[in-house]
Design a protein around this ligand. Sequence first.
Ligand SMILES: Cc1cc2nc3c(=O)[nH]c(=O)nc-3n(C[C@H](O)[C@H](O)[C@H](O)COP(=O)(O)O)c2cc1C
Length: 354
Amino acid sequence: MALAPEAAHRLTVTALKLGLGPRRQSGDDPVLATRVWGRTFANPIGLAAGFDKDGEVIGAMARLGFGFVEVGTVTPKPQPGNPKPRMVRWPARQGLINRLGFNNHGLDSAAVRLARRPGGVIVGANIGRNKDQSDAIADYVAGTERLAGLADYLVVNISSPNTAGLRDLQEGRALADLLTAVVAARDGTGSATPLVVKIAPDLDDAALDALVAAVLDAGIDGIAVSNTTISRPADMPERLAREAGGLSGPPLFALSTDRLRHVARRVAGRVPLIGIGGVASGQDAYAKIRAGASLVQLYTALAYQGPALVPAIKRDLAAALRADGFASLNEAVGRDVDSLAGSALPAARTGGTT
Ligand SMILES: Cc1cc2nc3c(=O)[nH]c(=O)nc-3n(C[C@H](O)[C@H](O)[C@H](O)COP(=O)(O)O)c2cc1C
């Protein structure tokens, strides 16, 4: 009998903390290098939020070959999350439903771990709000102020389906007020840490259009598409479809890539995008890049396929880029997006070319 998914995850993190992970991989293929927010990423494949919620295994994950690591979601105060069990596998499709509810050690702990993190690793910090906090904006401001100087970029997570009301922040006045507040908080710290907004794949075209307008208006530096979905595919067994939470892994790939492409069309290169959702192969990563992503992240496929997945994805992505005649990754960004196809990308998109 397999370990329950959350126990398996805890065991993996513990083993990595003990130094049982692989040694550093050999250097990345230069075709995979990219510049985003003025930083050079040796490769565009990152660890998505939720795996290392408390920044415990940043170095170990970098040694797996990830080009960057996102920690969190971190809330101001520590909180236990929802009752267990809160992770359910869908083995037939390598999917996962989770309803963790932001279990994490809080901002004080994250700040210490980020300050002591190993050098040479690009690290994002993903921030959220506590379950019992009624003033959501105050929590995002606290996270921004606390972690701005300590991470290479910050992610404002308003798309987890497991904190009541969180996704309401993706629309209307609430969104505009939140974005204005976090930009002001970031600017107030004197740091220029890029701010990224992470969104759900369950937004329709009109909601995405309004969100992109609000993001650009507020001076946000990037959009991450997407978090898990509350939708359930038609082929999902009824017993699983009834489980509360967000679905991730390959069953999320088509939806999240479609939403990414729509966002890319509207953003038209003005800020970089992070493509997330169901990436399980080099071809999947390549499709995200062609759909407009400058950077890619994954989580669920790592749980199913193990650490060998990361070098395999990088190898196959490099081969796909070369096969299509691209000399650098940046040239492939947005190739499958109507309004971007065939046009040279503006330098502003990635803060310069490699
Ligand atoms: C167990 C689990 C926990 C997650 N926790 C977070 C989280 O704390 N914050 C967040 O922004 N996303 C979280 N996510 C979402 C992932 O970062 C990612 O957006 C989503 O799983 C889609 O990518 P994937 O299909 O490669 O897993 C979590 C996902 C899983 C499976």
